[in-house]
Design a binder for this molecule. Sequence first.
Ligand SMILES: CCCCCCC/C=C/C(=O)SCCNC(=O)CCNC(=O)[C@H](O)C(C)(C)COP(=O)(O)OP(=O)(O)OC[C@H]1O[C@@H](n2cnc3c(N)ncnc32)[C@H](O)[C@@H]1OP(=O)(O)O
Length: 306
Amino acid sequence: MAVLLNGLRLVSSGNLSLHGIKSLQYKSTRILCQLPCKSSYQGRPFSNKNMTVELDNNTGVAVIQMKKPPVNSLSLEFLTEFAINMEKLEMDRECRGVVLTSSNPKIFSAGLDINEMYGKTPEHSGEFWRAVQEMWLKLYGSNMVTIAAINGSSPAGGCLMALACDYRIMADNPKYAIGLNETKLGIVAPFWFKDSMINVIGRRATEHSLQLGLMYSASNALKIGLVDQLVAQDKIMTHALSVMSEWLAIPDHARQITKSMMRKPTLDRLLTNRESDIQNFVNFISKDSIQKSLQLYLEMLKQRKS
Ligand SMILES: CCCCCCC/C=C/C(=O)SCCNC(=O)CCNC(=O)[C@H](O)C(C)(C)COP(=O)(O)OP(=O)(O)OC[C@H]1O[C@@H](n2cnc3c(N)ncnc32)[C@H](O)[C@@H]1OP(=O)(O)O
């Protein structure tokens, strides 16, 4: 995938490599990274309205705060913006870690935007799926330390984002739930969703979880290792930054090579099968029966509200 960013053409396919080691540099200013409106993405209009990215140059830590109303659903626009922001941080020698969180006090992310999968052309579906892949490749393959501060519910694609991080801290609230619930919608989590979960909670728990489309309360997510820690909602960012400083105490090169060693086979599996994975998604999502399921699910979501 190629993007134009600040006049630089970036060709991306995951970031972790034994050569991509950043040097440690600090500055004393605090900047707000907002991509210029003039940035372009494959010739389409681009806006950076779904998240803010704040880099603290003292610590080398960036906070990506998702802010797409109402529930941070992962639309094509959102995913595109996310991948460009991650690429930008990855290229910034001063950024060593990213905390991913939400401005919505109850929802981390509602997962993939179902409207992007319902009633769309095969071309649109293919483009959307490539963007979902790119989001995961950027996050799972990042050289930076990545911490998910899960301050609300996080179904499906939202859970995938958290799984792609190095560490997960969830707000200790029994109302919040997290999991890969795809089967409940009549759809199937692709192999790289499944691999991401296996790498965090193991094979048996993943099989159980995926077949039943289980959503876990925060405390049950902690029990099965789907999240690493629970903390009070109002302490989640402070805690995430404190955990980040522990991770950043490890020399970057050693940690990055270790991360690459652990994650490369999983990344390579998608990179090798990227086009067939897109084709598979397009064929699957275009089926009448799947479209019907998604329509009913969308209607159910809207009715639930009233
Ligand atoms: C080979 C084939 C492979 C296919 C693989 C596909 C993999 C799919 C991955 C996914 O991520 S699918 C999406 C899964 N997500 C969900 O199931 C979440 C559904 N949403 C909810 O459970 C709840 O909305 C919530 C996130 C817990 C929030 O609850 P809350 O009560 O706070 O808000 P609501 O009133 O329910 O929703 C507000 C508003 O948002 C709309 N909405 C919610 N989720 C989505 C979504 N994922 N996509 C699009 N829109 C969503 C919901 O309809 C409401 O809309 P309005 O009524 O306000 O218009």
